[in-house]
Ligand binder design. Structure first.
Ligand SMILES: Cc1ncc(COP(=O)(O)O)c(C=O)c1O
Length: 415
């Protein structure tokens, strides 16, 4: 009995091996400090929890509408229009999904054909990038074209690099700003310049080009950095699919609420295709969660800001402690809650117990075994990630300081 080929080809995550080892050590009573999770350590704001409880008490336990009920789609449409400046949206251009991850999965399924279909199926993705893009793109039959970036340039691409990467076979460009795992983001000016390249390519070699703008971290910004939605740029708005969710900004990872929106006739076509797919797979998110979405986007700005301020404080503590470690190249965090130091200056060295350091993976494994600090090796994030590890600072400042001290003494012990 065999498993389908498309799943046999799916690579298991390198992160899992480190996570399993961390659990093993913890079970043995070892004091492991973990910076591996990709989620806020805060509880969900109480008004959101209360809205969900009220919905349950009111008996909202039947199947709900596939794309989400009218009230939650209207609330999200208002948010995208008023806050993000995306023109031409109606609630019918919005679909609510089981997390942003599920939005992305379904969008790739809806847009990509295998190569033998003879239509453009290549996806341009600046890397290092979030771990699930590649598997989701490949499962849908797409082919990735990575644009590598470096720590020296804040892990960002230039308009010229984007221009060079787009060909007549490019169907999608994915932009994730602020970025997981890099913790950096594009300025509005940089995004406008990337938008101009997309507009030009769509007007010439790639008329069917679609942009997926992953804005999961749009509200976790530091030092006055401004977020711009690519979907607000008039020249490309009709081809931008904006993906977002409540997981990060509202500390709601376990609720599994994501959504996407795209205006105009293409938006309606995409929404129609995804609704078909969702109706045949998950149907909808839980009905009693839908009112909580309205409460989150309409009533919880203060709680979101409180969490942002604390993330900003932690970003400073983490950056000071980690970027200062000998040999680390680490851009200053601009948004999200990650540092992604390039530690390749230490490749070729050995730990006191004789382990070789020659990649993010070997660095992270030895750090866990010998200093009891768990981080995510960079390999899973695409080309260039192998030189790095991801450090999440969604934890207390004390934990950040203690962990960074352990990392610094581990590095000092390398020979
Ligand atoms: C860049 C990015 N996009 C999308 C997601 C998906 O998040 P969720 O499915 O919890 O909404 C994540 C989660 O880590 C992420 O980091």
């Amino acid at each position: 009995m065999n498993i389908a080929r498309r799943l046999e080809a799916l690579k298991p995550s390198a992160t899992l091996a480190v996570a399993a080892r961390a659990r093993e050590l913890k079970a043995q009573g070892v004091d492991v400090i973990s910076f591996a999770a990709g989620e806020p350590d805060f509880g969900t704001p109480q008004p959101i929890v209360d809205a969900c409880k009220r919905a349950l008490d009111a008996g909202m336990t039947s199947y709900g509408p596939v794309p989400g009920d009218a009230a939650c789609r209207k609330a999200l449409c208002d948010k995208l229009t008023d806050e993000n400046g995306i023109p031409g949206l109606t609630p019918d251009h919005v679909v609510v999904t089981s997390g942003g991850k599920h939005s992305l999965y379904q969008i790739f399924q809806a847009l990509l054909d295998p190569a033998d279909a003879g239509t453009p199926n290549r996806v341009v993705l600046p890397v290092p990038a979030w771990v699930s893009y590649r598997p989701q793109i490949e499962l849908a039959g797409g082919v990735m074209d990575e644009i590598p970036t470096t720590a020296e340039r804040d892990f960002k691409i230039t308009p010229a690099e984007l221009k060079a990467a787009i060909t007549k076979n490019t169907k999608i460009v994915v932009i994730n700003s602020p970025s997981n795992p890099c913790g950096t983001m594009y300025t509005p000016r940089e995004l406008r310049a990337l938008g101009a390249v997309i507009e030009e390519a769509a007007g010439t070699i790639a008329p069917g080009l679609v942009v997926i703008s992953d804005e999961l971290y749009e509200k976790i910004l530091f030092d006055g950095n401004q977020h711009l939605s690519l979907g607000s740029l008039p020249g490309i708005a009709k081809r931008v699919v904006t993906v977002n969710g409540l997981s990060k900004a509202y500390a709601m990872t376990g609720w599994r609420i994501g959504y996407f929106a795209c205006p105009g006739t293409f938006g309606s076509k995409l929404v129609g295709a995804v609704k078909k797919l969702q109706s045949q797979s998950t149907t909808a998110i839980p009905t009693f969660i839908m009112p909580a979405i309205v409460t989150a986007v309409k009533e919880c700005d203060a709680q979101v800001e409180e969490m942002r301020v604390e993330f900003e404080r932690r970003s400073k503590v983490a950056y000071k402690a980690i970027a200062g470690i000998d040999g680390f190249k680490c851009p200053k965090p601009m948004g999200a809650f990650y540092l992604f130091p390039d530690v390749s200056a230490h490749f070729g060295k050995y730990t006191p117990t004789g382990a070789t350091i020659d990649s993010g993976m070997t660095f992270a494994s030895a750090l866990l075994d010998e200093a009891h600090v768990a981080v995510v090796p960079g390999e899973d994030f695409g080309t260039g990630g192998k030189r790095c590890f991801r450090f999440t600072f969604a934890c207390s400042q004390e934990q950040i300081r203690a962990g960074a001290e352990r990392i610094a003494s581990f590095v000092a012990g390398l020979r």
